[in-house]
Design a protein. Structure first.
Lengths: 347, 347
DNA sequence: ACACGGTACTAAATGCGTTTAGCAGCGTAC
DNA sequence: GTACGCTGCTAAACGCATTTAGTACCGTGT
């Protein structure tokens, strides 16, 4: 069997448009970019020709002279299975896209193995090949070397992470994780809980550290002693192990830094013979699609990842174009469901 | 405060390398692409110069002459929240990346609003701007118009979906979803179940239809009457509603086309006073990170999305380069956990 | 008649890596 | 000495959209 004939219709170039309209290439460029120097009559004729041929300028040719790639990058150094469980990421991408669509840029995504060096190499490659004009920084760590790297590579950058953290000079869109944790603690304290434990994520990440700090602050603000806490590393296993550890300290409530850990914790509690929420209240973070459909449904913190993505993209495009915009910090919202209730009456 | 001076270090071009090595641009190109016409001595000198300057050819310049973009595209017309819950997708991206890294191509990701037209426009834009050489097709629907569109756009394409389905001539990497469902039914039948219901996803998608068909076939193969089934649309709400509907028919087991639906179903069953697995066995599909940490942990089907992604990328790159490879169809695996058991003794 | 301005366009340069044609220099054959 | 081939390199063209410099043509003023 032979290849289907007809095959790829050669994509038209500006020369084809010029020929069809009976003008020079220069005139086409001027006409379609709304620049002066072409009569309205000719401009219209050129527009029609371009329309007929369905012509769009090749970004490669454009990129050559403007030294702009018309693309931005995102490098993810995550274990794919870890990436999977993050509804934030998906929403973020959606938000980014709404902004990119208007600015004629696209998103280049690179998933690399875990490890700082692999991640750095990902950005380096994109930069040296002139594939991107700027990049997003997600999952920022304490002492993250990427801000410096991107500066060195001459790339515009925008970090996404907790409000008020240190991004080494890189502009950032602040996510107010802390507010969500604070709301959760307030909610529990309001129900009468006093021994509220905390399961943090992976201490190396800023968004993990900031959630832990928020829990501490909120406890203090309510005059409660900061109870026990343990790291769950944002995984199911970690969340379960941390919960087993914390249950020995007899808390009446546990605040988790992620839904997955909370879900694992819920199972551990039930195995230990505890009823949720009668004996133990639990709160998660992220509002995974599963959260609302558990038994009992999980009280959790919902972020607005689409808004965060849009804000980050807005800021990044502004940096690239040399414009200035004031970044926003979307706030998360506590979704109260059935996994939280008043603590067992003091016995 | 002024901009930090020093600023962007101008990215070196091939001319810089040539100057440093004391040769012409042509010689550099020949040397670094391992083509004859340069002495080994000079070649080495050029290599060192390129290394020193940390030079990499600009893809834009390359793209101009080869009329290759050195990028492939993926357009997703999904609700961001729906995307979030799909561990398949994340693994897929990871697998794609392993292959792309070797072939000097990158992945351009576009998330568009739902709707066929938005999706088509996404591919059209990427193609006309010469941004991509090929594209992946995910979430293929019955009567999907994208294979025809991509052919018309002159793009190489690879579809990902159930083995043996009709992709309108587009080469595909077959995922053997059906095998997973069959294994689940066999597992349940082996435990003694006879009334096994099924919650399908969204009928418009091939991978949904194929899972439904697999359930029917497996039931027949075991001499069982195809029990009731209902659509859950791959959402939590849908899974819960479908479960309520099916429970009226008193099944002893329900097979779900996704974990999320199974999780929602488990809550519904428990609210109805049923014990899982004593009164009702449940199986999911996907092996979400949560699945292992539920109470009881969910018996489910685990795919190997990384292998699928790698296979799809391999096939796509081969199409682009005009090579031929024989595509593989990775098989899923049933993970037996605590949500399945023998049916309640025939009363 | 010629200078001056403005308009509407064209020709040509530009960016950057690859490729092809061309050329210098050397050795060999006759 | 010329013809021929080979090696090792250079110069130049190419692809494509944008931009700048340049030109033709018209009308106006003197």
């Amino acid at each position: 069997m032979d290849e289907q004939s007809g095959g790829a219709p050669a994509t038209p170039t500006i020369a084809d448009v010029a020929r069809l309209a009976g003008v020079s290439k220069g005139a086409v460029s001027l006409a379609l970019n709304d620049k002066p120097g072409v009569s309205e009559e000719t401009r219209q004729r050129i527009r029609e020709a371009a329309e007929t041929l369905n012509w769009r300028p090749s970004i490669h040719a454009r990129a050559m002279l403007r030294s702009r790639a018309f693309a931005v990058g995102l490098v993810l150094a995550r274990d794919p299975r870890h990436l999977a469980l993050d509804p934030f990421f998906a929403g973020f991408l959606g938000g980014v896209q709404t902004v990119l669509a208007d600015s004629n840029s696209v998103l280049v995504l690179q998933v690399v193995g875990q490890g700082e060096e692999a991640e750095a190499e990902g950005y380096r490659r994109l930069a040296r090949e002139r594939r991107i004009d700027g990049a997003f920084l997600l999952d920022v760590r304490t002492d993250d070397r990427r801000p410096a790297l991107l500066r060195e590579l001459g790339l515009a950058a925008v970090a996404v992470g907790p409000d008020g953290a240190d991004y080494d000079g890189t502009p950032f869109v602040g996510v107010r994780d802390g507010d969500g944790i604070r709301d959760a603690v307030e909610h529990l304290a309001g129900l009468g809980h006093r021994r509220i434990a905390f399961v943090e994520g992976a201490p190396a990440y800023l968004h993990s550290a900031s959630r832990l700090a928020a829990w501490r602050d909120a406890m203090r603000a309510h005059g409660l002693p900061a109870g026990p806490h343990a790291a769950g590393h944002f995984t199911g296993e970690g969340g379960a192990a941390a919960t087993r550890l914390l249950l020995e300290r007899r808390p009446t409530a546990i605040v988790y830094a992620s839904d997955l850990m909370a879900i694992a914790g819920m199972s551990v509690a039930r195995e230990a013979g505890l009823d949720v929420p009668a004996d133990l209240s639990l709160t998660g973070f992220d509002d995974n699609p599963e959260a609302a459909h558990l038994h009992p449904p999980l009280t959790t913190v919902r972020q607005d990842p689409v808004a965060v993505g849009a804000a980050a993209a807005e800021l990044l495009m502004a940096r690239i174009d040399g414009r200035r915009v004031t970044p926003v910090s979307p706030s998360p919202r506590l979704i109260v469901r059935g996994s939280t209730a008043a603590p067992p009456a003091a016995r």
